[in-house]
Ligand binder design. Structure first.
Ligand SMILES: NCc1[nH]cc(CCC(=O)O)c1CC(=O)O
Length: 326
């Protein structure tokens, strides 16, 4: 046996949902390329995968992440891939955010029958004498949809749903709902981009902090160094700003908070939204910061996020979000 063959494959922990498998498979190929090592997928079942309870009841999307993090800390896997928007802003000691690969489309998407946009859907159903029933389990999406409808006097009702992509799209296919909102990035990664009937403009629907981006976590600093080849620094700076905003608001992952940082030349432009689920109030603010992608980029980006959070809190964001999570 030569030295090459005796090197054990890297164990990449993944949830077994179709989306997690697609994301993990994609990153596994990249990891094999940059490390020159074999990568095997190790399936980890999380409580969030087996429970039918509402996400808010079982502690939010953090439940998907914690089983993978436990496996990392216990040495059962070498690296894990998460959807960045599901990653709690506080990381347990010992975990390294080795890479944030280039972000996919960050926008939310409408999947509706007959290829209709939100506006067309609302108009058509108003003609039929009823309101559009749109499924989403996300308070952030509910707040913005309800606010959009209220501003137009449109008859729209949000319906709380959860489940995987198939389940959610199934509600529309079976005619139980008029439309559902999903993240474009997830649909793209699953090869289901064609099901989207409208990509929602961030003006209407600002995405969740980190939406469309992935996080690669590991424990071993040497592995982290190798994985940093997959890091996309403009994406990392953007999501750091978005997550700093979220953390400074002390909002739980189920609070109606949205944030998106985009590059305008050498400036990072951060937009934040805090609202009430009923859409009655939506607070939207923007901060711009010139940002140099050097060793201090993350601190500069985080400062931008904290500054915007402070301005939102000045305007009463804490009251809007209701009871703060912890
Ligand atoms: N909350 C679940 C979740 N977490 C990550 C994605 C996929 C998109 C992404 O990577 O941001 C989704 C599905 C969705 O919101 O439709």
């Amino acid at each position: 046996m030569n030295g090459q063959e005796s090197v054990a494959p890297l164990r990449l922990g993944t949830r077994r949902s179709a989306l997690a498998m697609a994301q993990s498979g994609m990153i596994a190929r990249e990891v094999a390329r940059v490390t020159g090592r074999r990568v095997e997928l190790v399936e980890i079942t999380t409580y969030g995968d087996t429970s039918r309870e509402a996400l808010a009841q079982i502690g939010g999307t953090g439940v998907f992440v914690s089983a993978l993090r436990d496996a990392l800390l216990e040495g059962r896997i070498d690296l894990a891939v998460h959807s960045l928007k599901d990653l709690p802003t506080a990381a347990p000691a010992g975990l390294l955010l080795a890479a944030v690969p280039e972000r996919e489309d960050s926008r939310d998407a409408l999947v509706a029958a007959e290829g209709l946009t939100l506006q067309e859907l609302v108009e058509k159903l108003a003609g039929a004498g009823r309101s559009a029933r749109i499924g989403t389990g996300s308070p952030r999406r509910m707040a913005q949809l309800n606010n959009w409808a209220a501003a137009r006097g449109a008859a729209l009702e949000t319906v709380a749903i959860r489940g995987n992509v198939d389940t959610r799209i199934g509600y529309v296919a079976k005619g139980e709902l008029d439309g559902v909102i999903l993240a474009t990035a997830g649909l793209n990664r699953l090869g289901r981009a064609a099901e989207v009937t409208e990509h929602l403009d961030p003006e209407l629907m600002l995405p969740a902090p980190g939406q469309g981006a992935l996080a690669v976590e590991c424990v071993d600093p040497e592995l982290a160094l190798a994985l940093s080849a997959l890091d996309h620094r403009p994406t990392r700076a953007a999501v750091v700003a978005e997550r700093a905003l979220l953390a400074a608001l002390e909002a739980g992952c189920s609070a109606p908070v949205a944030a998106l940082a985009t590059w305008q030349g050498t400036e990072l432009r951060l937009e934040g939204v805090v609202g009430t689920v009923d859409g009655a109030t939506l607070l939207k603010m923007t901060a711009n910061g010139p940002l140099v992608l050097d060793g201090t980029a993350e601190e500069q980006a985080a400062a931008l996020g904290r500054a915007l959070a402070a301005r939102l809190l000045d305007r009463g964001a804490a009251n809007l979000m209701g009871e703060r999570a912890r």
